[in-house]
Design a protein around this ligand. Sequence first.
Ligand SMILES: Nc1ncnc2c1ncn2[C@@H]1O[C@H](COP(=O)(O)OP(=O)(O)OP(=O)(O)O)[C@@H](O)[C@H]1O
Ligand SMILES: [Mg+2]
Length: 231
Amino acid sequence: MNEPLLRVVDVHKSYRSGSRTLHILSGLNLEVQAGELVAIVGQSGSGKTSLLNVIAGLDRPEKGSIRFQGQELTQLDEPGWAKIRAQSMGFVFQFHQLLPEFSAEENVMMPGLILRKDPIACRSRAQDLLTHVGLSDRLTHKPAQLSGGEQQRVAIARALMNAPPLVLADEPTGSLDPQAGKSLFDLIQQLRKEHNMAFLFVTHNPVLAGRCDRMFALGADFNAFSKPNEV
Ligand SMILES: Nc1ncnc2c1ncn2[C@@H]1O[C@H](COP(=O)(O)OP(=O)(O)OP(=O)(O)O)[C@@H](O)[C@H]1O
Ligand SMILES: [Mg+2]
């Protein structure tokens, strides 16, 4: 069998809190295949955001291996990891992190411009993506002029700009009403079919988690389990 797109093996992540050490991820294993849609579920504080940060190299694990597209990421220096992030990963952060001085359209274009793609093509794709998420009449709005759910949809469109092989999405439907959440999920399904994109998708929504290929749960005892959904 081919190597999975992402293979996380025996990853440990802890945080110091005063004199105590909080063990958040203790020997975590996870594989994601190309084009797979995996829901990460677990109670608040169980380590979902920590896991995404470790996979993206925004935070380093103390121990363990993270292989992505056949390459060991934990051995990379910061610029090496930043290059992988820019070229091959998309992010939807829990707290959107849009650039406040730029419009919705410009925020979405940014990952393409960073890769020095043609600005005209980037603008056209940004407009398409924003139309897909229902924001065709908000292109020139700055983040402060958008509602929370609208900002979230801009952040999603931005993550999809370069059609990266892996999108890490931290509660991407958290600020959306059920209809907008379902539309977003339909867009994700369409994109992974068109581009064979994989999504690691943190969600508290059991309906959306049930529509993913697989559910990966971080439990109260920090032991992970993984089960295929019946799709
Ligand atoms: N930089 C840090 N220093 C100390 N503790 C941290 C740090 N970052 C996270 N933690 C702790 O690690 C635990 C896991 O945090 P994390 O953000 O991964 O949880 P989560 O599962 O994403 O929760 P939520 O559903 O609320 O977003 C939390 O208890 C948090 O307090
Ligand atoms: Mg979180």
